[in-house]
Design a protein around this ligand. Sequence first.
Ligand SMILES: O=C(CO)[C@H](O)[C@H](O)COP(=O)(O)O
Length: 213
Amino acid sequence: MKLQLALDLVDIPQAIELVKEVEAFIDIVEIGTPVINKEGLKAVTEMKAAFPNLEVLADVKIMDAAAYEVSNASAAGADIVTILAQAEDSSIKGAVEEAKKQGKKILVDMIAVKDVKTRAAELDLLGADYICVHTGYDLQAEGKDSFEDLRTIKSVVKNARTAIAGGIKLETLPEVIKAQPDLIIVGGGITSKDDKGAEAEKIQNLIKESVTV
Ligand SMILES: O=C(CO)[C@H](O)[C@H](O)COP(=O)(O)O
């Protein structure tokens, strides 16, 4: 089980300073959609240059022109690129093929998908590397989470790795871990803390304990 730190509400220098605090406890650093929308893919390039040993995920949330977008994010230094599950199957296929060509991975984001079970099974057959259930900020504000969706996709996905994002924090981590996703994505659960390193360490320790049990 890997831990990904999501960075959404920061600029590039803040993002780099933040990762310095938690580098030892994370596997993947996500350049979030708001950062890319504001700063461009150079945020990905600068993060990869600063932390070459971390995997960098570009949360570009592709909806169309998928091969082109994956190619651009890959050229910027991304190891993993995101596409929305609601995109056309031909876009998903284009993203997966381009990522393979570039030696990169595709994470498909299930945000706003209604029939999670059916779409996850289709995405699995389309060759997604990761399928991620996700409660975005707007639904988090209504008290929603993706724990049930995680259990649902775990029951149908056979090839892809599973992931979960959206409002996860130390207190809710045990329920997430119980469902055994391959990747846990945490943003505010770490970045909102005064001691980000200590919080990331506690989260990583819980994950490690669950793997050795
Ligand atoms: O993709 C995102 C929002 O669209 C976030 O990166 C993701 O939800 C994780 O952040 P947080 O843990 O703060 O919810």
